[in-house]
Design a protein around this ligand. Sequence first.
Ligand code: FMN
Length: 352
Amino acid sequence: MQIDLRESWFIDDVEVPTRLVLAPMAGVSVQAFRRQGRRFGAGLVCSEMVSCAGIEHRNEKTLGYLRVASDEHPLAIQIFGSSPAAMAEAARMVEAAGADLVDVNFGCPVRKVTKTGAGATLLDDPQLACRIVSAVAAAVDVPVSVKMRRGLRDGSRACLEIGPRLVEAGACALTLHPRSAQQMYTGSADHGLTAELVSLVDVPVIASGDVTSRARAQAVLATTGAAAVMVGRGAQGNPWALREIVDGDGAEPTREEVVAELVLFIRETVRELGERRASGFLKKFYGWYLGRGRFPRPFKQELVVLDSTAEVERRLIAAAPGSLPLIEQLAAELPAGDEVTLGLPISAYGGG
Ligand SMILES: Cc1cc2nc3c(=O)[nH]c(=O)nc-3n(C[C@H](O)[C@H](O)[C@H](O)COP(=O)(O)O)c2cc1C
């Protein structure tokens, strides 16, 4: 039986129009990525993890992550930290920035984060994890969700013990990436655990990990009872994968379409981060967009050594001149100048 991914569902009172969620990814999930994800069928998008200490200290770069556009909703902003009070304060800022959901990160396996007692480390300290979730839930009116891994060490089933307790503490949805922190990205996501978690809680569960096709999304939804699938790496430089998953439209994009999406992405990212940060940030995206047999390999090498994003744009359009009307059409469809900016100086938002 085919599952309809265009069916809407709810996290508390927030309606999510499709059963596909775009994953939070540090160094990837900028606003341009999220807006593009919405256009291609994601029902919910999420910011990359934002440090609650950075929010507390009004770090300019951190505050830049709290930039929300009108066409992103529903949007979750994800925060990480280990102090319930600081996390509650960060959640208030996230709500003020216009997020529809506050997502709490109990999954990050990266040492820089875990050594501060945040991220996946909290799976080993259910009491503190629950105190964080209840402090955050008490601080905001929007629903709070939690994203976690299966546990810290290989074979861990900590998520099944902690999941129901987080719901009791106030989590309105849980996302499970069923790998251990120790595993990082090796091996495969064990969605048998996702199914077990679904049977233990009465809030929606989002299944994250290794979903890259409609067939896989259908299988994960059918075998786990999850409310939605989350897609991360499969969408990097490949929004067409989202369309295939939601609608079954597996048509490969033309070169013109690839260039048009990449050019729009470049422009949007420069606006968001400023030219200097954007030009470094964007380099990995050139390979992601132009790979998959879409363009010859040397073309990407040519782009990464160019000095400015304007030159990259010129070179891309020269390689596919038919992309111009598509770029104009995409640009015309984007709403502009309607972001919530928290009354902060524009410098906090990079490019302005
Ligand atoms: C580059 C990268 C950055 C990530 N950053 C975050 C993050 O900030 N917060 C988070 O909860 N998960 C993060 N993740 C994990 C993803 O959200 C997702 O759970 C994981 O990649 C498995 O899904 P996938 O197989 O679809 O990629 C990141 C993953 C990648 C590859």
